[in-house]
Design a binder for this molecule. Structure first.
Ligand code: HEM
Length: 507
């Protein structure tokens, strides 16, 4: 018998005389596990949101997520389990789903939920090096404040010095492109992506590209591929699946390509930077880099690349997908299209639309808003992380828990929007026919401290591109073609319509 076993030898007078060393070890292990179990139970205690019952062993609710319309499935559960509930994914991983305007607004406005997490998008945007995925804190605030002020200085505003001219130019170019289809069927979404991409180029690089420019085409292809890679990881829960191969290889590859393009432009800008006359977003970044004092570095050379990449990633497909939905609804609701055109004709005649016309074109503005309500491009907004344990709608939410706000439940709430599946722009007009200011239960650009940085720019683009296209063309379903579906599909970070074709007849 070993010395250790001798030391543990149970005296014969001990009641369990048969207890030997291994029994004792089993006893200790069981005791430790029991203590741990009760400790965890104790920790979990509190008013947790309800857990959706049922599910399969190991994979829990996972099979239910493989549906064509996940926001709809989550919305159905919300009706049963309330505005904050829990679902489980592979290996017991939990996600909190937040639904309805009140709960989502409360969530978006709490600092504790202002950190966004998405493992795969983080790979593309350099982890926390940018704005989009930077954790909520001082560095993030400084970068965001900087970007907002540069936007303003570059003309993302009403009045003098507005970027409106560049957007109007882009609207003119897209109309020329559409004319070129000679009323034959075409897919408008790719032209809208080109237009939206070019507006970001104007802002960031200080120039637009001709549609045929090979560098621009290369940029467009890279963006498209990057978007497709991001779309593969759009189902929030999928990021919990352990992988056998590197699923982010494509993301890495295409984001590096986009970054290379941006770095080349930055190098070009360095050669002829005039500190007295910054021309574009890159120039302002270079001036900021030169100014920063060593103690307070919140932006370095790499951050500049990642922030510029954000503007392309977050600012191209989002705008293009929203406009594609709006034009799709015009061919599905020709009476609404006619009403928009009648308003444009009576207010503008042959004058090209500018931002000052927005107030005089309430039905046109309301039609854009209704498109954003009925088909939101970010049905499930970015996943948020709980930075500190806190409460939401009276429930305890522990640090580290993931939250998914379901925007469908806000925009399709029949209590606020009767017959939510009906496309009806008049919902956004008041009794005097003016656009309702701050409509309830409407969050196309989100809210709180992480709301859309490009909201103003996007609103300018949506209005000018939509009104210019409808001023010049009547859009139709091609002769003999089936009616396009209103199903959404994630082709990038945004949800756009299933590809469809339309014909544009000159007016
Ligand atoms: C119709 C077009 C657009 C829509 C519907 C849209 C919508 C959104 C939404 C829903 C978010 C997420 C908010 C959240 O997590 O709560 C967001 C974030 C963001 N958007 Fe947009 N967006 C659009 C256009 C743009 C444009 C044109 C830009 C820039 C050029 C832009 C830049 C950003 C950035 C940088 C963020 C992250 C902000 C942060 O984390 O602080 N977006 N957008």
């Amino acid at each position: 018998m070993s010395k250790m076993a001798q030391a543990f030898k149970i005296p014969e007078s001990f009641p369990f005389t048969s207890m030997d060393l291994s029994t004792l070890l089993v006893f200790i292990v069981t005791f430790v596990l029991a203590v741990r179990f009760f400790k965890v139970k104790g920790h979990v205690q509190g008013n947790l949101p309800p857990l959706v019952p049922g599910g399969w062993p190991l994979v829990h609710h996972m099979p239910a997520f493989f549906t064509k319309n996940l926001p709809l499935q989550l919305h159905k559960w919300a009706k049963e389990f309330g505005d904050v509930y829990r679902v489980k994914w592979f290996m017991n991983k939990e996600v909190h789903v937040v639904s309805g305007y009140t709960a989502i607004k409360e969530m978006l406005e709490k600092d504790e939920f202002c950190t966004r997490r998405d493992r795969y998008v983080e790979i593309a945007v350099g982890g926390d090096q940018d704005i989009l995925m930077a954790p909520y804190g001082e560095v993030f605030k400084k970068r965001r404040r900087f970007a907002t002020s540069v936007f303003r200085r570059l003309g993302v505003k009403m009045g003098q010095g507005s970027i409106e001219y560049q957007i109007q130019e882009e609207a003119r170019f897209i109309c020329v492109k559409i004319s070129g289809y000679s009323e034959q069927p075409f897919d408008v979404s790719s032209d809208l992506t080109t237009a939206a991409g070019n507006i970001i180029c104007a802002l960031v690089f200080g120039k637009r590209f001709d549609y045929g420019d090979t560098r621009f085409q290369h940029l467009q292809t890279t963006m498209k591929k990057l978007g497709e890679e991001m779309a593969r990881w759009q189902i929030p829960f999928i990021t919990f699946i352990p992988y056998v191969q590197d699923p982010a290889a494509g993301l890495r590859f295409y984001s590096k390509k986009l970054q290379l393009f941006i770095r080349e432009e930055i190098d070009r800008h360095r050669l002829n930077l005039d500190p007295e006359n910054p021309r574009d977003f890159i120039d302002y970044c270079l001036l900021q880099l030169a100014q920063q004092d060593g103690n307070e570095i919140w932006m370095n050379d790499d951050n500049v690349v990642y922030i510029l990449q954000d503007l392309f990633v977050a600012g191209t497909d989002t705008t293009a997908a929203t406009l594609t939905w709006a034009l799709l609804y015009m061919i599905l609701y020709p009476d609404v299209q006619q009403k928009v055109q009648a308003e444009l004709d009576s207010v503008l005649g042959a004058t090209k639309p500018n931002l000052a016309h927005r107030d005089q074109l309430p039905f046109t503005a309301a039609t854009i808003m209704e498109s954003q309500r009925i088909r939101h491009i970010a049905g499930l907004m970015f996943i948020r992380d709980t930075a500190e344990s806190t409460r939401l709608r009276g429930f305890d939410i522990r640090k580290g828990k993931k939250l998914v706000p379901n925007l469908r439940s806000v925009h399709m709430d029949p209590e606020v929007w009767p017959n939510p599946d009906e496309f009806d722009p008049s919902r956004f007009l008041d009794a005097e026919g003016k656009v309702v200011k701050n409509p309830p239960s409407f969050l196309p650009f989100s809210a709180g401290r992480r709301n859309c940085l490009g909201e103003q720019l996007a609103k300018m683009e949506l209005f000018l591109l939509f009104s210019t296209i409808l001023q010049h063309f009547t859009l139709k379903v091609p002769e003999g073609a089936p009616t396009p579906s209103t199903e959404g599909i994630n082709k990038s970070l945004s949800m756009g319509p299933v590809p469809f074709q339309l014909c544009a007849v000159s007016r």
